[in-house]
Design a protein around this ligand. Structure first.
Ligand code: ADE
Length: 274
């Protein structure tokens, strides 16, 4: 993390709107479905996959009530004056999809934020940097043998899940304000049930989808949100980058990166309009 000398006191927000390979699917793209001021005083769902990604959020939440569904602890409460439900979903796409669906249909969440860590797919994006989702894809969804595009959910028009514009804007603002020493990028997040650790894995993802970082939940949560017409954003802090030693970097940096990301989410939640 200290290697970020020279980038201190600099915020670099890079909007990458058109990294799409192929056509952006129209399915489940709810552009403009909410803004910072359109959602009413509703409950905000916050999902992390691991303890490190949600512990501080839980600690800072008051009036807590815990309900267990599908083995996940959903913690309802008040965070920085806002009604939230915070949950550790566990690692992987199935957990994330179940979790988002439960937040929406059991807890009435009308906006979902996914916080956590990710591996960099881009040399310019370093450990500790933040990526806010423009959109998300499932890089391990592959029915190309049946003639579907890579990443396309067969027999649907779903491939690319667009994040909500208002939530993106709120996330970038919060990152700038609460973590001014950290670079903030906006772009595609590639999710799959794989810990990506080799150059070959990365090259395959990049050639199929572009993308700024890779993780294991975001696009599955996004699919559940889209199916339920619910705005979402994914905010990820980079925990690993180097080919071949990503697992070592992950172990070394994930806790601090996850915590930074959670701090941004807290700031975002506080300032999010009703
Ligand atoms: N989460 C953090 N780093 C990751 C990686 N390299 N691959 C998948 N998920 C991750």
């Amino acid at each position: 993390m200290k290697k970020k000398i020279g980038m201190i006191n600099r915020i670099m927000v890079i909007s990458v709107m058109a990294l799409t390979v192929g056509i952006i699917s129209a399915g489940c793209v709810k552009t403009g479905s909410s803004s910072e001021s359109a959602a009413g005083n509703a409950v905000i769902g916050i999902i992390g996959a691991m303890d490190s990604e949600v512990t501080s959020l839980k600690e800072h939440t008051s009036d807590k009530k815990t309900t267990v569904i599908a083995g996940m602890e959903f913690i309802e409460g008040t965070l920085r004056g806002r009604s939230v439900v915070i949950v550790k979903c566990g690692v992987g796409k199935v957990n994330a999809g179940i979790c988002a669906n439960t937040l929406i249909n059991n807890f009435g969440c009308t906006r979902i934020i996914n916080t956590g860590v990710a591996g960099s797919l881009n040399n310019d994006i370093n450990i500790g940097d933040i990526v806010v989702s423009v959109d998300a894809v499932q890089h391990d969804m592959d029915a190309t043998a049946l003639g579907f595009e890579k990443g396309e959910i067969p027999y649907t028009d779903m491939r690319v899940f667009s994040a909500d514009a208002g939530l993106r804007q709120a996330a970038v603002r919060a990152a700038k304000e609460s973590a001014p020493d950290i670079n903030v990028f906006e772009g595609r997040i590639c999710s799959g049930d794989q810990f990506v650790a080799t150059r070959e894995q990365k090259d395959e993802i990049i050639s199929g989808f572009g993308g700024m970082c890779t993780e294991m939940e975001g696009a599955a949560m996004a699919q559940a949100c889209c199916l339920n017409d619910t705005p979402f954003v994914i905010i990820r802090a980079i925990s690993d980058k180097e080919d071949g030693s990503q697992h070592v970097q992950f172990e070394t940096f994930q806790a601090a990166a996850a915590r930074n990301c959670a701090n941004i989410v807290e700031d975002m939640v506080e300032h999010l309009a009703d």
